[in-house]
Ligand binder design. Structure first.
Ligand SMILES: Cc1cc2nc3c(=O)[nH]c(=O)nc-3n(C[C@H](O)[C@H](O)[C@H](O)COP(=O)(O)O)c2cc1C
Length: 220
């Protein structure tokens, strides 16, 4: 099949788009409004967009509480959503009134971030603490009737890592078991069985691609 994505006339029972752009990391976005009401919600249109400096983005389909809060306060956190925290992550995605604190609703321990004034998931093995840089209203978005999608881009100014998740100086993703969002209602779990390591190749003097040494990491 080959279809016009603008018309989205795939003819399938469910839109395959998100199953193709997969797996996606889940940014579990913590924020609060100016009255101090906390908010937590998962966003899988989430990713790191730059390494030096560290910037991350998430995309809100319509203007939701997270984006509203972040535009008010200028800060947010992104806690790592892990297999162990799956049920709480899922509960925190409910469509709830602005006054509802999803940390409480999902029975999660909350703590304040260190570098920004925003809440995060206390039991998450890693948290990115971010200052909002910019919100981009994607083409065809209209804030008046709340259509379209809005990308919030944040500068990561603090990073928390639970020391129990550092092995031989590396963040131990085998222990953390982060969730990946796939298409439909599906998820994947990163675990040691399906992680492998390889260095980038180099060109030798004749311009031929040569393998470099194996990375001597955690997953031998
Ligand atoms: C795993 C997962 C990923 C999600 N990703 C997104 C996303 O990228 N963008 C979005 O607008 N909603 C996403 N949602 C839905 C939001 O979490 C949901 O609308 C939530 O109620 C928003 O909360 P808020 O209004 O407190 O920000 C996702 C839900 C789940 C369970």
């Amino acid at each position: 099949m080959h279809y016009d994505a603008r018309k989205n006339n795939h003819g399938l029972p469910h839109d395959p788009y998100k199953a193709i752009v997969a797996p996606r990391p889940i940014g579990w976005i913590g924020s609060q409004n100016l009255n101090g009401v906390r908010n937590l919600a998962p966003y899988s249109y989430f990713n790191g967009v730059s390494d030096k400096p560290h910037y991350v983005m998430f995309s809100s389909v319509g203007i939701k509480d997270s984006l509203k809060n972040i535009e008010e306060t200028g800060v947010f956190t992104a806690s790592l959503a892990t297999h162990k925290l799956f049920e709480q992550m899922n509960i925190s995605s409910v469509t709830a009134d602005t006054k509802i604190d999803e940390f409480k609703l999902s029975g999660l321990k909350v703590r304040n971030a260190k570098y920004v004034d925003a809440p995060c998931v206390a039991d998450s093995p890693a948290v990115l603490e971010c200052e909002l840089w910019k919100v981009i209203d994607l083409p065809h978005s209209n804030r008046k009737d709340n259509t379209g999608s809005y990308i919030a881009i944040g500068h990561v100014i603090g990073i928390y890592i639970d020391d129990d998740f550092i092995t031989d100086g590396l963040f131990d993703i085998r222990k953390a078991k982060p969730l990946g969002r796939l298409g439909y209602m599906d998820y994947g779990i990163i675990n040691s069985e399906n992680i492998f390591s390889k260095n980038r190749p180099e060109l030798d003097e004749e311009g031929k691609v040569k393998d470099t040494l194996e990375w001597d990491g955690l997953y031998k």
